[in-house]
Write a protein that binds this ligand. Structure first.
Ligand code: NAD
Length: 296
């Protein structure tokens, strides 16, 4: 079993580190938040005093941090100078592709192995060990990362070279944001045209308008499987995180000269929604902006 440093023990990282412990790894954990660190210790991790200590002597180091600037800072100030040659650095945060490539280049120049490995699946999947990992890096680095990631997820997919994991994550979530808004719009219009929401669901879930946003995450309470809509949009995938991912897509598209008008509109709508309702509600709550429950 491996010695694994783990930095960033928040909503996602806490459950992921606990699953590495359950798989028999020695996990050396660090977070700026004392309560997050205490929860990790209760789950069987060893607390260390800083990110550099988490990396020293480790076989692998996992980071699960809010954004690119945090990952760059930790790589620059702690990991690259402290990890021994050959250590595998795995960044599971969702970050911009430029930052993912920059930290990978820095790590490789210091003789370290590195992958970007963002996840699909929320807090419940992090706790249950059922995340999907989209991995960017060399074939060798992917092979090293696979058994470690498998302890935290049920699918580990090699997306391509460095940055490809982040590219897959950004494109997937841009699709999710746009289809959720389209699904909300369809339910709102269907109801205004006199259709019962359940009847519309029964038809569209078996017709060409079907999507994951409709059949697995229906934004209408009481329709389809249980979703955050049935809990007043508490829990689930926060609006602030969807907005973050859509902004990453817009930024990536600008850098790649790609036209993404649907995603750009989705980003603008989520920005407006977050301005009115805050960022904490589940992202499917955007239906309340479209159906007039949330006043503009
Ligand atoms: P979070 O804010 O709950 O956790 C981040 C943790 O990082 C916090 O505990 C914070 O104290 C710690 N941290 C920040 N800077 C640090 C530093 N310099 N040193 C040590 N610790 C530091 O966020 P989260 O929900 O766990 O998300 C983490 C990442 O996963 C994000 O990139 C997010 O976009 C991505 N993600 C989240 C979800 C989700 O449903 N929450 C789903 C998929 C992907």
């Amino acid at each position: 079993m491996a010695i694994i440093g783990f930095i960033g023990l928040g909503n996602m990282g806490g459950g992921m580190a606990a699953n590495l412990v359950k798989a028999g790894h020695e996990v050396r954990a660090f977070d700026l938040s004392p309560p997050a660190l205490a929860a990790a210790v209760a789950a069987g991790c060893q607390a260390v005093a800083g990110a550099a200590e988490a990396a020293a002597g480790a076989d692998a180091v996992v980071t699960m941090l809010p954004a690119g600037k945090h990952v760059r800072q930790i790589y620059e100030t702690a990991l690259v100078g402290s990890a021994k040659a050959g250590t595998l650095l795995i960044d599971c945060s969702t970050i911009d592709i430029a930052s993912a490539r920059a930290v990978a280049a820095m790590a490789q120049a210091a003789g370290l192995e590195v992958v970007d490995a963002p996840v699909s699946g929320g807090i419940a999947a992090a706790q249950a060990g059922t995340l999907t990992f989209m991995v960017g890096g060399s074939a060798d680095a992917f092979a090293l990362s696979e058994p470690i990631l498998a302890a935290m997820g049920r699918a580990v997919i090699h997306a391509g070279p460095t940055g490809a994991g982040q590219a897959a994550k950004i494109c997937n979530n841009m699709l999710l944001g746009a289809t959720m808004i389209a699904t909300c719009e369809a339910f709102v219009l269907a109801q205004k045209l006199g259709l019962d929401p359940q009847t519309f669901y029964d038809i569209s879930s078996k017709a060409s308008g079907q999507s994951w946003s409709m059949t697995s995450y229906c934004p209408v309470a009481g329709v389809g499987p249980e979703t955050p809509a049935d809990r007043n949009f508490q829990g689930g995938f926060a609006t602030a995180l969807m907005l973050k991912d859509l902004k990453l897509a817009v930024e990536a598209a600008q850098g790649a000269d790609a036209s993404i008008p649907m995603a750009a509109n989705a980003a603008a709508l989520y920005q407006a929604f977050a301005g009115l309702a805050g960022g904490a509600l589940d992202f499917s709550a955007i239906i309340t902006l479209l159906d007039g429950r949330l006043t503009r």
